[in-house]
Design a protein around this ligand. Structure first.
Ligand code: KG4
Ligand code: ZN
Length: 377
């Protein structure tokens, strides 16, 4: 069967088509199209929901058209797909509604059912799409070429840092999550202090490459707690305090960017030795986040018998984190396969929504689909 996935929960407009076989349970990606309004939000220093929703309206039809074209389905006279999977939450209400209303219209027109998909499930199912061309990451291990159950899933993004036990499709138990900032949010807020726009994670990671990860002993909040919860706001505050102490953050220079003026990135105003301090701070932050996250996940892998660790969400694109998982799993003697999607499936996309729709196939009629911005798991 073919499924059209639609993702519009925040600032990305995604449409993708998968071909999935119920017999061998394999998902093949036929197309995966994404439009992002990120640049617009960089101008204002953050996502304005109204602006994001308007951009969704502009992008949704061309993005779906391109996804169908790239799958060779545009000229079909019969319905080009068998079902439409659409994100119904969590997310920004205005953005979600654009995807949902579009899905409803297509469902009515094509007479195909809708599968409402939880965005968080979607991130997990990014790991169930085909085989990934990442050389140093073990491929999915089961005979069917998909992650084996039971699995531990780490969903690590700008809004979530959750550890989830997956016994089967649709059988999820959340073991723990963040009590304040998410890991990605911690990266983003620290980067912002340094003058870098959202998303800050890749920028911190880039600066960290030239730094010493052990230069500054940043705190690891809740590392010894007996649960699977996280707290990143203390780490963020410690990073900010140290940065303010060690580097001159007051800077008046502004540079012109499209649509306005922004503060000159800190790096451009520093002496060579100050630059090294900046790199060391970023490396120490990245290392601290990876250390906290991997330690808690390893604890979960030790307590629950899991065949696979699946990591997803934007921060899964962080190589220091993934390499640390590799090292710790290899050292542990645990028989666990690590599965991480390629970067383009770590961040928000519609392919993961289509895959989650296939594996958790709950067809509903278009009248019964509503947005749920506060949805959890
Ligand atoms: O999943 P995502 O695209 O959006 C949601 O938050 O749902 O994740 C975005 C987050 C941002 O916080 C961004 O800074 C972080 O993922 N991120 C990274 C990297 N790439 C994206 N964090 C650290 N290292 C990266 N390479
Ligand atoms: Zn997301």
């Amino acid at each position: 069967m073919k499924i059209l996935g639609i993702e519009t929960s925040c600032d990305e407009t995604g449409a993708a088509v998968i071909e999935a076989s119920s017999k061998d349970k394999k998902v093949t990606l036929l197309s995966n199209v994404l439009a992002t309004s990120l640049a617009k939000h960089a101008e204002t220093g953050g996502i304005i929901p109204e602006v994001a929703a308007r951009q969704q309206v502009i992008s949704i039809t061309p993005v779906i058209q391109k996804a169908l074209e790239e799958s060779g389905l545009m000229s079909e006279s019969t319905p080009p797909v068998d079902a439409i999977a659409v994100t119904y939450g969590p997310g920004l209400i205005g953005s979600l509604l654009v995807g949902i209303e579009t899905a409803k219209t297509l469902s009515l027109l094509w007479k195909v059912p809708i599968i409402p998909v939880n965005h968080m499930y979607g991130h997990i199912y990014a790991n169930f799409i085909g085989e990934f061309p990442i050389s140093n990451v073990k491929l999915p291990m089961s005979n069917e070429g998909i992650p084996k159950f039971p699995a531990i899933a780490l969903v690590i993004s700008g809004g979530h840092t959750d550890i989830v036990l997956l016994k089967d499709h649709g059988d999820l138990t959340v073991l723990g999550g963040t009590r304040d900032d998410a890991a990605g949010e911690c990266f983003d807020k620290c980067a912002r202090l340094l003058g870098y726009a959202y998303p800050g994670g890749p920028k911190i990671s880039q600066l960290a490459k030239k730094g010493n990860p052990k230069a500054f002993p940043l705190p690891r909040p809740m590392i010894g707690s007996h649960d699977y919860d996280f707290s990143f706001s203390g780490l963020k505050t410690a990073f900010m305090r140290l940065t303010k102490e060690l580097l001159p953050l007051e800077r008046k220079e502004l540079e012109h960017i499209k649509g306005g003026w922004q503060q000159v990135p800190l790096e451009n105003t520093l002496s060579d030795s100050q630059k090294q301090t900046l790199y060391d701070l970023c490396a120490s932050l990245e290392y601290a986040i990876a250390d906290i996250v991997t330690r808690k996940v390893m604890k979960a892998l030790g307590e629950y018998t899991a065949s696979t660790l699946v990591v997803s969400g934007g921060v899964a694109a962080n190589r220091v984190l993934i390499n640390m998982f590799h090292e710790k799993i290899n050292r542990s003697q645990l028989d666990v396969a690590l599965v991480v999607p390629p970067g383009y499936l770590c961040t928000d996309n519609a392919a993961m929504i289509a895959a989650a729709g296939f594996y958790n196939n709950k067809h509903v009629s278009w009248e019964d689909v509503t947005a749920d911005p506060e949805l959890y798991y």
